[in-house]
Design a protein around this ligand. Structure first.
Ligand code: SF4
Length: 396
């Protein structure tokens, strides 16, 4: 098919013709080839992931991407499994709560994503795309990423990323150009590629994220987007050509220290924004979750003033933000009491929250309607007062 005029920046090279026939569905690509020393081989990256056990579906382990991952961890024990969803050693073992972070550090799962779906969203993105992975090596106490692989939820790398790329290519081609602007983006269809993982950490393990960034760089009517709490300098080696939006998640450092276990310090996420912009990413901010506790307004004011002080004008000009109030969950609350009870002092506030039965039958808790409306209004006022350049895409 013939491509629409590029929505990227002039001269950014996003004017290539594209179509499913253009996809490289052959062996795993090598987007970092010739890049020299990489962060993912550094001691810091190895502290995040020092893999000793890989649970692997045989076909996933034998695939080019699977072999690439296994080659990164040559000393790891490989344990064959029938399905990446059914791993008895990880599933339903509540005793693993004690070893939560160790499992995240030392365990990986390799699997093939069987069902590829893209579903509408309308908030963070227009569409939720099949992602490069499921699970996370970090351990935010409020994380909603489904803990379907047992409580620790270590990273599962999907080794058939070329199928996800082909699926997305067809989806984007079918849609054609975006008919009208919306809060997600004025011109491009935005696809969230990191709903169930943190892409910056996924990029420590394999080239899946690089393959998605490369693919979106060639699709002139679409844009990838992912939220992240980790700064991975390897992503600066890619050429996103304005077609990937990184949303750095931010919260006051005092909250982050308590709740964002294993993530990059908030100040370093802000400090990285200009580098990512200069590398060709669009950079937005995810002000979330907003956790209501004594003094929250003052700490958010400090954070916004810090952003105003240190971010260069070129970042501010293109920045936008989403503001999301905390949603918690009763099962997660009980689980957290087993490994990180101090977090629950601020996350579990029955006097301010109301329960709502979720689609999967568990109880979510959100701030009461009146509490939430007041807090959203306060956040809007704080942004207007301290970071007036920061357009709020949506707040809820
Ligand atoms: S970084 Fe994101 S995916 Fe990872 S634990 Fe935190 S909230 Fe969950």
């Amino acid at each position: 098919m013939r491509a629409q005029p590029p929505a990227g920046r002039p001269g950014d090279g996003a004017d290539a013709l594209f179509g499913p026939e253009d996809l490289d569905t052959g062996p795993a690509s090598r987007p970092y080839e010739g890049a020299g020393p990489m962060f993912r081989d550094s001691p810091e990256a190895r502290r995040m992931l020092s893999v000793r056990t890989v649970f692997a579906e045989p076909a996933a382990a034998a695939s080019p991407r699977g072999r690439q991952v296994l080659a990164r961890y040559p000393d790891a024990e490989i344990v064959p499994v029938d399905s990446h969803w059914r791993i008895p050693d990880l599933h339903g073992n509540e005793g693993n709560v004690d070893r939560w972070v160790r499992i995240k550090t030392e365990t990986l799962v390799l699997g093939e994503k069987k069902t590829l779906t893209t579903r509408p969203n309308g908030r963070s993105a227009d569409w939720i795309a099949p992602g490069p992975a499921n699970g996370c090596a970090m351990a935010c106490a409020y994380c909603y990423v489904p803990r379907r692989k047992g409580y620790a939820n270590p990273v599962t790398v999907f080794t058939n990323i070329e199928r996800a790329v082909a699926h997305l290519s067809r989806h984007i081609a079918r849609l054609g150009p975006k008919p009208e602007p919306n809060q997600c983006d004025p011109a491009a269809w935005v696809y969230d590629i990191g709903e169930n993982s943190d892409c910056s950490v996924d990029a420590l393990i394999s080239d899946n994220v690089a393959d998605l960034v490369d693919a979106f760089a060639k699709w002139p009517t679409a844009k990838a987007s992912f939220a992240t709490k980790f700064v991975n300098p390897d992503l600066l080696l890619l050429r996103p050509r304005g077609r990937t939006r990184v949303r750095f998640s931010l919260m006051p450092q005092s909250d982050s220290r308590l709740l964002d276990i294993r993530t990059s310090p908030v100040a370093s996420r802000i400090a990285a924004a200009a580098d990512f912009l200069d590398a060709g990413y669009e950079v937005h901010f995810n002000l979330s979750p907003v956790v209501l506790r004594p003094g929250w307004e003052g700490d958010w004011s400090l954070l916004l003033r810090h952003m105003d002080d240190v971010l260069p004008a070129r970042v501010k000009r293109q920045a936008a933000a989403e503001v999301i109030m905390l949603t918690h969950n009763q099962d997660l609350h009980e689980l957290n009491l087993g490994w990180h009870p101090r977090a629950e002092d601020v996350l579990w506030r029955p006097g301010l929250q109301q329960p709502k039965r979720s689609e999967n039958g568990s109880w979510n808790v959100r701030y009461r309607h009146d509490v939430k409306a007041g807090a959203v209004a306060t956040m809007r006022e704080l942004v207007a007062a301290h970071a007036p350049w920061l357009r709020i895409r949506y707040a809820f």
